[in-house]
Design a protein around this ligand. Structure first.
Ligand code: C5P
Length: 236
């Protein structure tokens, strides 16, 4: 059994801010309250890879949410490049070829690969329109099992799916869940949300939180409150 993850390291703050400068200001404001940051597509295309390198040099952990999907050779080479940056997590879409190629490119790198099963913006009708005969829930389960078979380290999934997927894939895969809202926080565009404590109790290992921290009047206090809630849920 792996050592428990310290509660503070289980909070991943999504740097969904206008640009690198605003992101660096937020990181400075959060200080040692936050140890782990997620950089997504928008910031990546706006200089976010350089930011990732600077954060890693400062001792922070970085989740590069790049959602890779291409032919195996390209996925393998891109994964190798991201591993050299020193990211802790990288996402790839949960297609068997893509996952195998990415896993095969890790070599001795400690980077962990997370599978994106089905985008939460998709419902059954969207899947049908894309040519799939499966429901969202069937496809999530199928891809979670394929991710496990490919040796992937974890899954990104809504907190709502966490308890069921923990049963499906067993104890060893990391479950990383966005859609987290502390009690009383604004929902914004997230419809299916859980509080940090409930998500941890449902089996989530890491929580991805954006707006409830970066748009809070006091981001540092908001992060500390989430860490406290994670710690309390982990003790329960
Ligand atoms: O601001 P909020 O806490 O909703 O941000 C959640 C983060 O997690 C965003 O970066 C969003 O893109 C990401 N995400 C999500 N739902 C998914 C996958 C990723 O909200 N299914």
């Amino acid at each position: 059994m792996a050592a428990p993850i310290p509660p503070r390291d289980r909070l991943i703050v999504a740097l969904d801010l206008a640009d690198v400068q605003a992101s660096e200001a937020m990181v400075a404001q959060l200080g040692d309250a936050v140890t782990f940051y997620k950089i997504g597509l928008e910031l990546t295309y706006g200089g976010g890879l350089g930011l990732a390198e600077r954060l890693i040099a400062q001792g922070k952990q970085v989740f590069l949410d790049l959602k890779l999907h291409d032919i195996p050779n390209t996925v393998a080479r891109a994964t190798g490049q991201v591993a050299r940056i020193g990211a802790t997590f990288l996402t790839v879409h949960a297609y068997p070829q893509t996952m195998k190629a990415a896993m095969g490119a890790l070599g001795a790198s400690p980077m962990k690969l997370l599978a994106v099963t089905v985008m939460t913006s998709y419902d059954d009708a969207d899947l049908g329109e894309s040519g799939y005969a499966l429901t969202v829930s069937e496809l999530v389960t199928r891809r979670a099992l394929q991710a496990k078979e490919a040796g992937m380290h974890g899954l990104v999934l809504s907190a709502e799916e966490a308890a069921a997927m923990r049963q499906t894939v067993g104890p060893d895969m990391l479950l990383v869940t966005p859609g987290i809202r502390p009690a009383g926080a604004a929902l914004a565009d997230q419809k299916r949300v859980m509080t940090p404590g409930v998500a941890i109790a449902a089996g989530a290992d890491y929580l991805v939180v954006g707006r409830p921290v970066v748009q809070a009047p006091d981001p540092r206090a908001a992060a500390e409150a989430i860490v406290a809630e994670i710690a309390a849920a982990a003790r329960a």
